[in-house]
Write a new protein. Structure first.
Ligand code: HGY
Ligand code: MN
Ligand code: MN
Length: 407
């Protein structure tokens, strides 16, 4: 029994066209019209596959294939929202390979003891609304529904209003639901599998992640007549923070990564001294203790840079997910499945966050990785060869069937 490679390739192509960028990437931000079109496309495919489709309060979509016994489902899922000018594999592959597994079970007229459910989680990327993985976070009871509803994008639009606008504010409570196991196939978004000539990663866990936001208040003024000695330039202080955050990673070393990905200058024109700068800080490490050490260095760097420039700041550490080990039994099942699928594989840790990180807080969870070409992701160059995708999908099929049990 094998997945249908052509059908899977066709689905990747079709869904990838919704929000496609001129360079062949993908911009399909959460709860935008493109996201609605992507969701509608997926719901239509789920219904064609005979799934009963439900939507919960956070717009998470569930397609259930019945089992022969009244047991908790084996869930497969991921997300269909992307980052701006991202790729068509991040998130999409997990959802489409999960759909392909269900389509294959249908082709083989195979019944399973446990039901099998395909899940699509809202706003996994955290690109439009923060934090990331907000909807699986609400389901896991780690983020309050009201806080998620009131999350606002850069234009001040609330998440809940966008859910309503696109017709995905569902009636189902967004609360922990029992599952036999949750499996997420995802691209590695790093270089290791491709470097080692492997097709599958058996994911053992996900790093700890911390997001902070910094606002620096300077004195907006004219770039010409204002002598240097009386300036309080928010961007000069911000620039020192940017190099300080890189220094934290360099000095602590190991697997710590620090990133400043978003920086907004106001008024952001040639001839005005910046009055305000906001910037994001993303820090990650496999060890929570190391991440705490990195975070402890952040405020002193900010304070020193702002004191030197005579500007004020607010620093908010607003999101933290701990290092998350996956369920040993599920990881072993994924490894057996990779072997049975004939894939060259190894065990690996995820440096990216995934909905699986929150699902692991409420049930047995595991992930299947497939390689990223040149390790690239969150960019239009994102690519995974169909041969590797086929090995990954076959691994997902064997693992899901093992966990759901043939009737
Ligand atoms: O931030 C992450 O790791 C994921 O792409 N949301
Ligand atoms: Mn993703
Ligand atoms: Mn992503």
């Amino acid at each position: 029994m094998n997945v249908d490679r052509q059908r899977l390739e066709q689905s990747i192509e079709e869904l990838g066209r919704i929000g496609q960028t001129p360079r062949g990437g993908l911009t399909r931000l959460a709860l935008t019209d493109e996201d609605k079109r992507g969701r509608d496309w997926m719901v239509a495919r789920m219904r064609e596959a005979g799934l009963s489709v439900t939507v919960d309060q956070m717009g998470n979509i569930f397609g259930q294939r019945p089992g022969t016994a009244p047991l908790a489902p084996v869930m497969m899922g991921s997300h269909v929202d992307s980052v701006p000018t991202g790729g068509r594999y991040d998130g999409q592959l997990g959802v489409l390979c999960g759909l392909e597994v269900i389509r294959t079970l249908n082709d083989e007229k195979l019944s399973t003891r446990h039901p099998v459910t395909l899940a699509i989680f809202t706003n996994e990327e955290g690109a439009r609304f923060q934090p990331a993985m907000i909807a699986s976070g609400v389901m896991a009871g780690k983020i309050a529904l009201e806080d998620a509803y009131n999350a606002r994008d850069k234009d001040g639009i609330r998440l809940v209003d966008e859910l309503e606008r696109i017709g995905y504010l569902g009636p189902e409570p967004c609360v922990p639901r029992p599952f036999r196991a949750y499996l997420e196939l995802h691209i590695e978004q790093g270089p290791f599998l491709e470097e080692e000539g492997l097709s599958v990663g058996v994911v053992e866990g996900i790093v700890a992640i911390a997001w902070s936001r910094l606002t620096i208040h300077g004195v907006q003024d004219h770039a010409g007549p204002t002598p240097m000695r009386i300036r309080h330039d928010a961007l000069v202080a911000a620039a020192e923070v940017v190099s300080g955050v890189r220094r934290i990673a360099r000095e602590i070393g190991g697997e710590l990564v620090t990133t400043i990905g978003n920086l907004v200058v106001t008024p952001n024109i040639v001839n005005a001294i910046p009055g305000r700068v906001t910037l994001s800080i993303d820090m990650r490490d496999p060890s929570d203790a190391t991440l705490d050490r990195a975070l402890a260095r952040l405020e002193p760097i900010v304070r020193e840079a702002c004191e030197r420039e005579g500007v004020r700041y607010e620093l908010e550490n607003y999101w933290r997910v701990p290092y998350t080990p996956f369920d040993r039994g599920v990881v072993d099942t994924v490894e057996r499945a990779a072997r049975a699928a004939g894939a060259r594989y190894r065990r690996i840790l995820s440096g990216a966050g995934h909905d699986a990180q929150y699902m692991a807080a409420i049930g047995p969870t595991g992930m299947v990785f497939v390689p990223s070409h040149d390790g690239r992701s969150h960019c239009e160059e994102e690519f995974t060869p169909i041969d590797d995708i086929e090995y990954g999908a076959r691994t997902l099929l064997v693992a899901a069937l093992d966990l759901a049990g043939r009737a």
